[in-house]
Design a protein around this ligand. Structure first.
Ligand SMILES: Nc1ncnc2c1ncn2[C@@H]1O[C@H](COP(=O)(O)OS(=O)(=O)O)[C@@H](OP(=O)(O)O)[C@H]1O
Ligand SMILES: Nc1ncnc2c1ncn2[C@@H]1O[C@H](COP(=O)(O)OP(=O)(O)O)[C@@H](O)[C@H]1O
Length: 171
């Protein structure tokens, strides 16, 4: 297992848990990289039919991974969204992965609302979008049931959640 892909709805804690996992990997002396997929797909305009720039995200990931691997990186921690099972092999190919754990972070509705209300306190339009998308995507991901494991991320201690993810990955 060389990759943990933290999947989950908006506000579930993907970026936060990715950062906490990185702390644990550093403490145990393991070479790793964190890639927040939001950052490598953020471009405007998105092509028609690909509103989240998924194709660009995969192309960018493939190129970044070459550099990381040349620099001696052995483990990857990704934060992002996978909605379809058919995309998992495409991520594995981009990563040249020897094993990817798709781990969905799950947080209850009240927790999502609380987190997003704080994170988007300065922009009511963005808050509305994220709240709506959070519910919609949470329901979709739960129904799709494509994740290898699901970890509860409603707690207030990211390191506790990250330890559970580490254990599931066998890291
Ligand atoms: N299918 C899919 N693929 C990728 N990302 C997804 C998807 N569905 C929702 N999201 C989440 O949507 C949130 C908004 O992203 P952006 O602010 O970049 O919006 S946009 O892409 O410009 O529309 C952003 O959430 P936050 O990370 O909480 O801001 C994305 O993670
Ligand atoms: N375990 C946690 N405890 C407290 N706050 C959290 C926790 N996980 C995430 N948050 C907060 O909730 C918000 C959403 O988390 P974030 O990691 O940005 O989610 P995502 O990447 O899934 O959209 C952030 O403001 C973050 O600081």
């Amino acid at each position: 297992m060389d990759t943990v892909f933290l999947n989950g709805t908006v506000g579930a804690g993907k970026s936060t848990i990715a950062a906490a996992l990185s702390v644990l990997m550093t403490e145990s002396g393991r070479h790793h990289a964190v890639i927040d997929l939001d950052h490598i797909r953020r471009a405007w305009p998105a092509p028609e039919g690909d509103r989240f720039n998924h194709e660009l995200e995969l192309l960018n990931l493939r190129d970044l991974v070459v550099n990381y691997r040349n620099a001696g990186i052995e483990h990857f921690i990704l934060a992002g969204v996978v909605e379809q099972a058919t995309e998992v092999p495409r991520f594995e190919a981009a990563l040249k992965s020897r094993g990817l754990l798709l781990c969905r972070l799950d947080a209850d509705g009240a927790t999502l609302i609380r987190r997003l209300s704080l994170r988007h306190a300065d922009n009511p339009t963005e808050l509305d979008w994220h709240l709506r998308r959070a519910g919609e995507l949470a329901a979709f991901l739960q129904r799709a049931a494509i994740d290898h494991v699901v970890v509860d991320a409603s707690g207030d201690a990211p390191m506790v959640t990250a330890r559970e993810v580490m254990q599931k990955a066998g890291w």
